[in-house]
Design a binder for this molecule. Sequence first.
Ligand code: ADP
Length: 342
Amino acid sequence: MTTSQIGQFLRTPTMRLAAIHLAIIMSLSIGFSVVFYHTSDRQFARPAAPPARSESMLWPNDRFDSELRRAMDERFNQTRQALLVRLVWINIVTLFVGGGISYLLARWSLRPIEEAMEAQVQFVSDASHELRTPLTVLQTSNEIALRKKKLPAAEARTLIEHNVEEVKKLRDLSNMLLDLIRSEHKAARESVQLQDVVSEAMTAVVPVAQAKNIAIEDAVPSIAANTNNAILVRIVVILLDNAIKYSPADTQVVLTARQDSDKVLLEVTDQGIGIRASDMPMIFRRFYRADKSRSTTAVHGYGLGLAIAEKLATQIGATITVESVAGEGSTFRVELPVANDE
Ligand code: ADP
């Protein structure tokens, strides 16, 4: 380690916090030692009480008295010195032990902050990366068109249509990013009929399903959950949208719901490509897309849908779980609190 590296290490937040902890520990330790030493010293320096009359009878001569006083003073001085040495040692040990403890405490208290910072940096870099792609496409296609001496109306129209598509993607992405960084405050909940939620969500995705000839079967019975209508609709739209995106044409997506003790389970089942076991732990992560090569070419997405769905779920006290068999299909399950009046 070079001196500049050591200097850098000493300036890290962990070392600074550890130094503050150690300064507090040492001021207390030294302060206590000083007070203790002075109090003891004052006790040693206290003049000895004159011998009682009966005792003076036993120590008749002054010489013996002064000898005794000298011996006692010597003893007090030795004790005083021994005390001083011991206090110095205690403080040296406190310095080293306290230093170690302060460092561990500083690391322990800064770790969550460091992790949050790293996640933030990762998020910003992933988001910038995702934003850059459509922006580069827009810039390049416009520059190529501008370089041409003449741009036929039909070509210009195609270009504008393409640009509008890219701008839409950018708007979707920025909306998703905003959804992700919004606060996780709890949303107001009430008794909500799942049939109403499902009908509302279906209207948003039916055109996409029809384009792939995917049938959405609504088999949700009359069940109410204690939830927030608008938020649950958004979650179901994300799950339905994925079920359609990751299913081949001419398949079926089924929506069901049932009550299980104090929970209401809403399930979206598809006959799509499924999710490999190795991808399962990652699919709820921001920007994660299973089998990137396939997803990015065949299916458009940013890997944010499930991260948003999970975040929305926490706002309504719900949880999302998934069961899937690669090549056969997936079932996404939303676990909701049962309605209070049930
Ligand atoms: P996106 O769909 O934009 O990629 P998501 O966060 O919604 O992002 O999904 C993350 C990944 O999880 C997807 O890229 C896909 O690989 C996988 N996935 C999600 N839903 C399904 C599904 N119903 N069937 C198969 N894979 C899915």
